[in-house]
Design a protein around this ligand. Structure first.
Ligand code: AMP
Ligand code: ZN
Length: 476
């Protein structure tokens, strides 16, 4: 196996990836805050994390992936209050929508997806530990704060010079951009009308940062291989996670920190607060194929900003179609030469891609090089197809299976042409050969009624079929 390298934000360099306990890899990714539909900026980060996981699995590693759901924080509480709903009812709706969107975009489901509100006992235990170790203190109102001056390495991830918080400033909100550090809140004393839980310090609710530390360590242990998120999480969220977790355990919290750069619209971060966002559903309603959206999100290296345009999305759709067409050419040709009902999938269980493509991803997920190699390979395949024998065609299917394993575009999900379709396709080709076009028209329509498309070959070439991609029925 070639060497895998990732850019680690903490050490600020590309490092060889060595799991703590191979072939296991522990991966924690910060999940959505479920106060609205996720936008495609959020999905850029989730798509990158999905590629990361798929690549590690492709390399034979066994990934244990935990992604939390932030269902109690400033934003969810404000949203529930605005809609006069209970926090549970409000967040359950957006959690469900998020899971549906993840599925639509072909993301692998995490092994565990804990809710912050189901993790209160772990959170309380962690806060208590920090108080016992004098990294945290209880304020007069019953809120608990993290004392950043106590943690020497504070600021190392974000490279901020935070000189010990001499002023003793405190910050109560979950998101802030203060240049100077401030003692941040671990547990917030209950406010009138807000959801709260009992604690040794009175009724209250957790701050956002402590939730991730508690859920990560509960489900993956005190030290994890990889922790990932969008670049906006570096400070304060991940900086605070390190401070909390390492102060509590005395051990390194994370071996590799990976962060995706933002998806931008006209040079600005796509965000709810700017109002410059598309949800996945907005795009599906406009008729875009989810796999085109997925490809658009994945096709720029995760450490480069991705400037999102509908024009770019159309180009992504064309690339997905190109892959799809090539795949169906291969499969139709195999079907034409084969006994009925034999699934190519059985012969081609393990997918593969070209060595160049694999090497590109080993190099810090260099997706630009990967895609360039992929497109070259497709051009070569299209040229070579007419002369290919069965063994070559099966190699070709294996290639698409490998591509799916990595990019998750579901190109080769169907790996057998049903006997019924093959029979009619045979009759169709015979009718065309006999120049009986009225009959071939009837047969073509018969095939198309079942959700398949017929594509005529060039002179002397067989006609091929292609399954039409699913049409999306969106409720919003
Ligand atoms: P949130 O739901 O706000 O907690 O964000 C979920 C994930 O989306 C986090 O990893 C964020 O860093 C990421 N994120 C938010 N906005 C963007 C954006 N415009 N581009 C890429 N990732 C983003
Ligand atoms: Zn988090």
């Amino acid at each position: 196996m070639g060497e895998i390298k990732f850019y680690d934000t903490l050490q600020a360099k590309v490092r060889e990836f060595r799991p703590l306990d191979p072939p296991e890899v522990t991966l924690y990714t910060c999940g959505p805050t479920v106060y609205n539909y996720a936008h495609i900026g959020n999905f850029r980060t989730f798509a990158f994390e999905d590629l990361l996981r798929r690549f590690l699995e492709f390399k034979g590693l066994r990934v244990r992936h935990v992604m939390n759901i932030t269902d109690v924080d400033d934003k969810t509480i404000a949203g529930a209050a605005r809609e006069k709903k209970s926090l549970r009812e409000y967040t359950a709706f957006y959690t469900q929508a998020f899971l549906e969107d993840m599925k639509t975009l072909g993301m692998l489901p995490p092994n565990v997806q804990p809710l912050a509100t189901d993790s209160i006992p772990d959170i309380l235990a962690l806060v208590q530990k920090l108080i016992d170790r004098e990294y945290a203190y209880v304020a007069d109102d019953g809120s608990v704060y993290y004392r950043i001056a106590q943690f020497e390495r504070y600021g190392r991830l974000s490279k901020k010079k935070l000189d010990g918080n001499v002023a003793g400033a405190r910050v109560d909100v979950d998101e802030y951009e203060k240049e100077e550090g401030a003692d941040f809140v671990l547990w917030k004393a209950a406010k009138e009308g807000e959801p709260s839980w009992d604690s040794p310090w009175g009724k209250g609710r957790p701050g956002w940062h402590i939730e991730c530390s508690a859920m990560c360590m509960r489900h993956l242990g005190e030290t994890v291989d990889i922790h990932a998120g969008g670049e906006d999480l570096i400070f304060p969220h991940h900086e605070n996670e390190i401070a909390q977790s390492e102060a509590a355990t005395g051990k390194p919290f994370v071996h590799y920190w990976l962060h995706a750069k933002h998806l931008l619209v006209n040079g600005e971060k796509m965000s709810k607060s700017q109002g410059n966002f598309f949800t996945l559903r907005d795009l599906l309603v406009k008729g875009y194929d989810p796999m085109a959206i997925r490809f658009a999100l994945l096709s720029v290296h995760y450490r480069h900003s991705l400037n999102f345009t509908l024009e770019g999305l159309k180009e992504s759709g064309e690339i997905v179609k190109k892959l799809d067409d090539c795949y169906w050419q291969c499969l139709s040709r195999i079907s034409a030469s084969e006994a009925p009902g034999k699934a190519v999938g059985k012969i081609a269980e393990k997918g593969t891609v070209t060595p160049d493509m694999e090497r590109a991803l080993e190099d810090d997920l260099n997706v630009a090089a990967f895609v360039a190699n992929m497109l070259e390979h497709i051009t070569d395949l299209n040229k070579a197809l007419p002369g290919m024998g069965r063994a070559d065609l099966i190699e070709c299917v294996r290639f698409f299976k490998g591509l799916d394993a990595l990019l998750g575009l579901d190109i080769a999900a169907i790996d057998v042409v049903p006997d019924g379709i093959r029979t009619v396709l045979g009759q169709y080709s015979d009718a065309r050969k006999a120049k009986d076009f009225s009959r071939s028209d009837v047969l073509r329509k018969e095939i198309e009624k079942t959700g398949w498309l017929v594509k005529d070959g060039r002179p002397g070439e067989p006609s091929t079929v292609k399954k039409i991609r699913r049409v999306w029925d969106i409720k919003k």
